[in-house]
Design a protein around this ligand. Structure first.
Ligand SMILES: Cc1cc2nc3c(=O)[nH]c(=O)nc-3n(C[C@H](O)[C@H](O)[C@H](O)COP(=O)(O)OP(=O)(O)OC[C@H]3O[C@@H](n4cnc5c(N)ncnc54)[C@H](O)[C@@H]3O)c2cc1C
Length: 430
């Protein structure tokens, strides 16, 4: 039986639980939205002084598409996303290995991909429209807690709450301050050059090697070569183009969403490839050189006192080939909001433990899925084709409804913890 509170909006501040969220990325905003919907009081603290349209292409699987649709955001988001009905994948010579067809809905919901800045703005404005206070220009420098509350220090001011959520991204300060971990990222051996630009301004529609990307609305193409994969798509009827090209890279620079890539280096990666690759890549007026780093999975996402927790990239960064970093970040917040509602204010710490128990293994499985997809493309045998090179869409990942699932499993998770004590979750064996 479906829980009576599933997909329902609770009366404002009805639980009396105050949640302070550090970071207004997708993790922080989604957590804020769902916490308000479940009757908690929310304050968001964000370092950026103003909302900026940053980044390039970002994807949300239908596991989160169904959440956006529940929030009534489809009509705002869908028009700014790319509308892709197929992905054509080639080998480096330009021979077609597969044409993978997509239906508009997968497992009952849309998959949304578009410009990160534009999609972030929709979520930001929706959060504000729910009456959530988002304080910009806040630098959170301290986290602490005692038996009855947790607090942060932001711009020198102490702010108390029942629960503090560190949603401060991949280079999380909360991870170090709350869990005591030194952030020691390791090179994954791969980097991604990435770009987003106006296809018409850059002449994509006027070059016979590239015009296929804009002629018939949005298009989606890929090339795989030895330890390289390149994906390119257009959005808004072929008007905007993005590309990502993942390649071997041992250089040791810090991960950054703004470190500029050099076009001569980008073009070296596709030397000897189908000439359309170089033609597409060279159209970008600039690109980002984004190093992919690994972090070992954290053994827990919860502070010792139990009232402070990490979500999103702060807790579990993802490889881009999973296309799930933002989606899993959002699922974290949805699950937390439900767990807190079901536990009530006096049991907030139990709710947080149950939340971790519900989330931990699913997140790890989704991370490993990203590694499998990368290896499928980067280690593909020369004769691989058809389903062997297609982007998988597993039901366990994309058919999931994190809100419904939290209502279904919370009581059992909380009972097991109450009866048996809390044990750190084990990593799944794959
Ligand atoms: C500028 C930027 C551009 C990105 N571009 C892309 C992209 O093009 N494609 C893609 O797939 N992914 C992109 N990402 C990453 C993607 O947004 C995340 O992987 C995913 O959405 C998970 O989001 P998150 O909220 O956990 O982390 P993030 O999106 O990184 O958000 C973390 C937020 O916390 C804030 N913050 C950090 N420290 C503090 C502090 N001490 N006090 C207060 N606030 C703090 C940050 O300013 C940021 O807004 C980008 C991230 C950033 C920050």
């Amino acid at each position: 039986m479906v829980h009576p509170n599933y997909a329902q909006v609770a009366p404002r501040n009805s639980t009396g639980i105050k949640v302070v969220i550090v970071g207004a990325g997708f993790a922080g905003l989604a957590c804020a939205i769902e916490c308000v919907r479940k009757g908690h009081e929310v304050l968001v603290l964000e370092k950026f002084k103003a909302l900026k349209s940053l980044g390039d292409i970002i994807s949300f699987g239908s596991n989160v598409g169904r959440i956006f649709e529940r929030w009534g955001l489809h009509d705002q988001i869908w028009p700014i996303c790319n509308h892709l009905s197929e992905l054509t994948i080639h080998n480096s010579k330009g021979e077609i290995l597969t044409v993978q067809h997509f239906t508009e809905m997968r497992y009952g919901a849309h998959n949304y991909s578009g410009h990160r800045g534009a999609l972030h703005e929709v979520l930001f404005n929706y959060t504000k429209s729910l009456g959530v206070e988002i304080r910009l220009g806040q630098d959170v420098t301290e986290y602490d807690e005692d038996e009855g509350r947790a607090w942060v220090v932001s711009n020198g001011e102490r702010i108390d709450a029942d629960v503090v959520v560190g949603a401060d991204g991949v280079r999380s300060r909360a991870r170090t301050l709350v869990l005591g971990y030194d952030d020691k990222p390791k090179s994954s051996g791969y980097a991604v050059y990435r770009a987003w630009f106006d296809a018409y301004e850059q002449g994509v529609d006027r070059d016979p090697l590239t015009d296929f990307m804009c002629k018939n609305g949005d298009a989606f193409y890929g090339w795989i070569g030895p330890d390289v994969h390149m994906l390119t798509s257009t959005a808004r009827g072929g008007r905007f183009m993005s590309w990502v090209i993942t390649h071997k890279d041992e250089a040791d620079i810090e991960e950054s969403w703004s470190f500029p890539g050099k076009m001569e280096d980008v073009l070296k990666v596709v030397e000897g490839y189908d000439p359309r690759c170089a033609a597409i890549l060279a159209k970008a007026p600039s690109c980002v050189d984004w190093k992919i780093v690994y972090r070992d999975p954290l053994p827990t996402w919860i502070s010792k006192g139990g009232r402070i927790l990490l979500i999103g990239d702060a807790a579990h960064p993802f490889l881009p080939t999973s296309a799930q970093g933002a989606s899993q970040a959002i699922e974290d917040g949805i699950t937390l909001a439900v767990a807190l509602q079901l536990a009530g204010k006096d049991n907030a710490r139990l709710a947080i433990q149950a939340w971790e128990k519900i989330r931990y293994q699913r997140v790890r499985r989704a991370q490993l899925f990203g590694e499998q997809v990368r290896d499928m493309w980067h280690k593909a045998k020369p004769e691989a084709k058809g389903a062997e090179v297609e982007m998988p869409s597993p039901e366990w990942l994309l058919g999931h409804d994190s809100e419904r699932h939290a209502y279904e499993v919370y009581e059992d998770a909380a009972r097991e913890i109450s009866e048996g004590g809390y044990r750190l979750p084990e990593l799944p064996v794959m």
